[in-house]
Design a protein around this ligand. Structure first.
Ligand code: B12
Length: 311
């Protein structure tokens, strides 16, 4: 795993920088030597790339892939490189593109190749947990969902991906969460909700923030959720709701769970159905339709609690 905790301090070895930027090592060396496109740090003659270096390499690769000569773009600022993307109205900018390393994994999945699993594990070991979640797992699952809907992937493909992501996130949750000092947060889906990856990713995000994650998977009876919250004095219970059920059934499930939970335990509803829930301030219910909103919520919990160590 990456040895440095803070995202801003992450340093990637050359192999990781190549994988994340999609550039072969020879190209990377040539761009550095001839054009000083990036200037990585060197420790014991090994190149180490910062997150900013990697971001810059991605922008340069995009520019070259879209017809710009490297000699013309190598010394442009990040803003100027981004402007180049805006000047090509019929192409998609980097921000909206699925990253290349995600495409590589998806190609392996399409071939039913075990290498998908291996590639995912490699990225997990080379990257810090936050970029791994937000730059690999989330865009990959969204792309898989899109392809599945377009019938370009089969149920077997989906199962293969779900198993690979579940395995890797379960390992990371254990590896990173062991020393977390924050209060406990419970993660599960209510009875009847089988979609697991959203709640698993949310659990990983909470773990990155330093909370003690108690992960119970899918289909947990509401009475058990409440009992566990009491027993562990959980700060919050996070449940995911993604497939459509009748509105009144959804609201009744949330109302029932809220009534069962201790007054001081926050209830967070995540997933696509969460936007249908009316938010009340007392006792607390929060909704998090996306991981970005959930991440913000974790920040807010931490602000209210004071500082504790996080990844
Ligand atoms: C994989 C999958 C399954 C697998 C799940 C396997 C597993 N172990 O998780 C299986 C085959 C079991 C399944 C079953 C069903 N599925 Co399904 N499934 C999908 C699929 C392809 C991917 C879902 C996924 O994992 N996405 C990855 C996550 C990370 O992304 P996401 O779901 O888009 O979630 C986003 C947000 O909602 C949010 N989020 C999600 N969960 C959480 C949780 C928290 C805490 C937070 C903060 C945020 C958050 O973050 C994501 C980022 O935007 C989607 C299609 C798609 N395009 O997504 C359909 C989809 C979710 N399924 C759907 C349906 C209808 C079903 C079934 C009813 C199908 C059926 N007829 O049997 C059943 C219902 C099962 C049940 N009772 O829960 C619909 C839901 C539409 C709706 N609102 O009803 C979708 C959208 C497909 C579609 N367009 O029809 N499914």
């Amino acid at each position: 795993m990456t040895s440095v905790n803070e995202q801003s301090n992450i340093l990637y070895p050359m192999k990781a920088a190549c994988m994340l930027s999609g550039l072969p090592a020879d190209t990377l060396r040539a761009w550095e030597k001839r054009y000083r496109a990036v200037e990585p740090q060197r420790v014991n003659r090994r190149r180490l790339y910062s997150q900013a270096d990697v971001n810059r390499l991605k922008l340069l690769k995009w520019a070259v892939d879209h017809g710009h000569r490297i000699g013309h773009v190598a010394n442009k600022s990040a803003d100027q490189l981004l402007e180049l993307q805006g000047s090509l109205p019929h192409t998609q900018g980097l921000g909206s593109r699925t990253p290349d390393h995600v495409h590589r994994i998806i190609e392996k999945i399409k071939e039913y190749s075990l290498e998908a699993d291996i590639e995912l594990s490699k990225l997990a070991t080379m990257m810090a947990p936050r970029p791994f979640v937000f730059e690999v797992v989330v865009p990959m699952m969204q792309e898989i969902g899109r392809l599945w809907e377009k019938k370009e992937l089969s149920i077997a493909h989906e199962h293969l991906t779900t198993a690979a992501v579940r395995n890797i996130l379960a390992v990371l949750l254990r590896a990173y969460g062991l020393n977390n000092q924050g209060p406990a947060i419970i993660f599960c889906t209510p009875p009847g909700e089988e979609h697991e990856l959203g709640i698993l990713i949310a659990a990983m995000i909470a773990s990155i923030h330093g909370f003690k994650v108690l992960y119970f998977g899918v289909n947990l009876p509401l009475e058990d959720v409440a009992q566990t919250a009491k027993a562990t004095q959980a700060l919050a219970v996070v449940v995911a709701m993604n497939h459509k059920i009748p509105d009144d059934e959804l609201k009744e499930q949330v109302r029932h769970l809220r009534a069962l939970l201790p007054y001081h335990t926050h209830l967070v509803i995540g997933g696509s159905q969460s936007s249908l829930i009316q938010v009340t301030s007392t006792p607390a219910i929060s909704v998090a339709p996306s991981f970005e909103v959930f991440d913000g919520l974790m920040h807010a919990f931490k602000r209210n609690l004071g500082v504790f160590p996080s990844m």
